[in-house]
Write a new protein. Structure first.
Length: 474
């Protein structure tokens, strides 16, 4: 059996991998490829990018290019480690192998917390769209419906999750490709009823950098968090038919497409629409651009796409949270009940993750001014913490793999170790910029507090486990 067709290894308590963990292997290559693409194409791009454009102006293209390079480096590093050692715990397993159980515990439970809160936020966003279409219907009822549908989907065989994500991602990718096609036609003056805008919107109204470097920084911070979601494909790879081959191909094909979709979209938008047009923020940049071009029913078309993006993210985050929790438990870092498998699915972990997500929705109604805001601030920079663990782990594991099993390096990080250090420096710079900006400083503090708390608990657990193993009477 070749190394690219070996069965997915399981997660063990020592952070290494073992022959089989009982998870079903129902995901196909087409599922992985679309999960890799669709995982990072969400409401953050379709709607949230408007705030970045308002802050940075046309220079948002540079902001997305800079953060896009960082994301591609992180994805390449994660792809290298996941192809060498596929595991449903993904970067948490890699961190544990590199630095000890405390690192896996910290990164894994922080990411689980992020995904569960995100499930609630996406449910609220999707419900708001539905109440716009069905006035008078209660938001909570829509959230409950969506949570029920995707909880049931994730309780069933993993191939159901894969099919949902395949078609969700296909619609999102198709929408962006169509948008880019229309945009290029409009920019070149080939779209009927439109004139080529030239560079008027790029150089007018304050120029390419209307708010200077400060605006670019705000846009950069907004763009970084819009790229979150790439981790799901390496979590899912452990349940694919050919995990090593699958994650390697998915990572290689996804990176340039993601760059094209994100950076290309921003370039089309700021070329066609004045960056200070209020509609860019109020309606979202995609809707504003299509309205500007006179595309009929643009708003409703994009609302459907945004709804699909939100539902896709809910589905993927329930899946990712349940697999991360199951992996942590399998390594002795959580309640054993969460690790029980039924039909190849960690159903207890799915239910707990879904209930936690729904609890976040209830908090948004019961305590919107304190507890819910605290939740939002706490998850603000977790994705950066995860990326930091990924880069640091790859720095250690690459050298170890080269010594012990170089044949496992199916995917290799470019220009190692130089670009790994460049990525780490980029993350440190973003942490510094977050500390400078008043709007993101609070998020950095709360995320830092959660990370330190988890690290402290992880260290205590690691020390206790070592003491117990060293004591013959234990």
């Amino acid at each position: 059996m070749s190394r690219t067709t070996a069965p997915a290894p399981a997660d063990r308590k020592d952070g290494a991998t073992a022959p089989a963990e009982g998870l079903a292997h129902g995901l196909k290559q087409r599922h992985l490829s679309m999960i890799a693409l669709g995982g990072v194409i969400g409401a953050g791009l379709f709607v949230g990018s408007g705030a970045g454009i308002a802050a940075a102006g046309p220079s948002i293209v540079i902001a997305y290019a800079i953060s896009g390079v960082l994301v591609m480096l992180v994805m390449r590093m994660l792809g290298e480690m996941s192809a060498a050692n596929p595991a449903s715990g993904s970067f948490s397993v890699h961190a544990e192998r590199a630095f000890g159980s405390w690192a896996g515990f910290t990164s894994g439970w922080a990411f689980w917390f992020l995904l569960c809160v995100a499930v609630g936020l996406e449910g609220i966003g999707a419900a708001k769209i539905m109440t716009g279409w069905f006035p008078g219907s209660p938001e909570w009822a829509w959230v409950a419906l969506f949570m029920l549908v995707f909880t049931v989907t994730n309780l069933a065989a993993v191939k159901n999750f894969g099919e949902f994500e395949f078609w969700f991602a296909a619609l999102k990718v198709g929408a962006i490709v169509l948008f880019l096609g229309i945009g290029v036609l409009a920019i070149t003056g080939l779209l009927p009823g439109t004139d080529a805008p030239g560079t008027a919107n790029l150089t007018g109204d304050g120029g390419f950098f209307p708010h200077g470097s400060e605006g670019l920084i705000v846009g950069l911070l907004a763009s970084v968090f819009a790229y979150g979601g790439l981790e799901t494909v390496t979590i899912a790879a452990a349940e694919s038919e050919h995990p090593v081959q699958g994650v390697a191909k998915a990572v290689r094909t996804a990176m340039w497409r993601i760059a094209l979709f994100y950076i290309g979209s921003m370039a089309v938008i700021v070329t066609l629409v004045p960056w200070d047009d209020k509609a860019v923020v109020e309606k979202g940049p995609y809707v504003a651009t299509l309205d500007h071009l006179g595309i009929p029913a643009a708003g409703q078309i994009m609302n459907v796409v945004v709804l699909v993006a939100l539902l896709s993210a809910m589905n993927a985050n329930i899946y990712g949270a349940s697999r991360m929790a199951g992996s942590l438990v399998a390594r002795g870092q959580g309640p054993k009940a969460l690790g029980r498998l039924s039909g190849g699915v960690p159903r207890a972990a799915v239910l707990v993750s879904s209930v936690f997500g729904f609890g976040c929705v209830l908090l948004s109604y019961w305590r919107p001014d304190d507890i819910f805001i605290w939740l939002l601030n706490t998850i603000g920079a977790i994705i950066l913490v995860v990326w930091f663990f990924i880069a640091a782990s790859q720095l250690v594991l690459r050298r170890r793999t080269e010594r012990e099993a170089p044949e496992k390096l199916v995917v290799r990080m470019w220009a190692f170790p130089v670009l790994t250090w460049v990525a780490l420096a980029g993350m440190a710079a973003i942490f510094f910029l977050m500390a400078r900006e008043e709007g993101t400083r609070v998020q950095l503090y709360w995320t830092g507090g959660l990370t330190l708390l988890l690290a402290a608990v992880g260290f205590v657990r690691q020390k206790s486990a070592r003491t117990a193993s060293a004591d013959p009477a234990a």
